[in-house]
Design a protein around this ligand. Structure first.
Ligand SMILES: CC(=O)N[C@H](C=O)[C@@H](O)[C@H](O)[C@H](O)COP(=O)(O)O
Length: 224
């Protein structure tokens, strides 16, 4: 089955509009403005953290919203439980992005439980994975999209400064669901390379929507 949403995302850019805790940009109206800027620039969808921001973005921007809910900062913390996932659906997310790594979830549920609950509630699921095996299993468990989001951030995946295009290529060759390239895509050329490697769509966050981190990288460059 081809999902209409997947058709709308094919070959296109998804902009992640997030700000970490304590960042001056972590402000709902500011993040919504980022989603509007992403739309004005031609993005096909936005990826947004926290049900409050998801609801505000859904009301403001005429694009599909991929919602996640980061809760905590260790172990499984991207939409870790069924409760978090359903709150995102209630907020209007078209797609719920959730950690699909092979680690225990805080409510003792499985990724398959989350997929079932989100599907019953009428939304789709993007599996954030760190390895090929996790991506394969997530697709088997019903994920509608599989993203390379967590490669480099979970033990067992390669730590690198570049995007994990090898993982994109391996997943794209093996899966029938769309594979989304996400993580450390810093230039238009890298985004194009991700599509060439087989990605269905490309998510870019920091390089577009993180002025604090970008400023720090320039300051570090000047420090030599
Ligand atoms: C690992 C993790 O927690 N990734 C998060 C997932 O939503 C975000 O912090 C990233 O900004 C996002 O994946 C986009 O990646 P990049 O900012 O590298 O373009």
């Amino acid at each position: 089955m081809t999902l209409p949403l997947a058709d709308a995302l094919k070959g296109r850019l998804i902009v992640s509009c997030q700000a970490p805790p304590g960042d001056p940009m972590r402000h709902t109206d500011t993040l919504v403005r980022m989603t509007l800027a992403a739309r004005a620039g031609g993005a096909a969808a936005v990826r947004v953290n926290d049900p409050e921001v998801v609801a505000a973005a859904v009301a403001a921007v005429d694009l599909p919203v991929i919602g996640l809910w980061k809760d905590g900062d260790s172990g499984v913390f991207i939409t870790p439980t069924v409760r978090h996932a359903l709150a995102l659906v209630d907020a209007g997310a078209a797609v719920v992005a959730a950690d699909a790594t092979a680690r225990p979830r805080p409510d003792g549920s499985t990724f398959a439980d989350l997929v079932e609950a989100v599907h019953e509630a009428g939304a789709l699921v993007m599996a954030d994975v760190s390895t090929f095996e996790e991506g394969r299993e997530a697709a088997e468990q019903g994920a509608d999209l599989v993203g390379t989001t967590l490669s480099g951030y979970v033990p067992g995946s390669p730590v690198q400064t570049a995007p994990d295009l090898a993982l994109v290529a391996d997943l794209a060759a093996a899966l029938t669901v769309p594979v989304i390239a996400e993580g450390r895509i810093a230039t238009p050329a890298q985004a194009a390379a991700a599509l060439a490697a087989g990605a269905h769509s490309v998510v870019v966050g920091t390089a577009i929507t993180a002025p604090t981190a970008l400023t720090a990288s320039f300051v570090k460059g000047l420090d030599g």
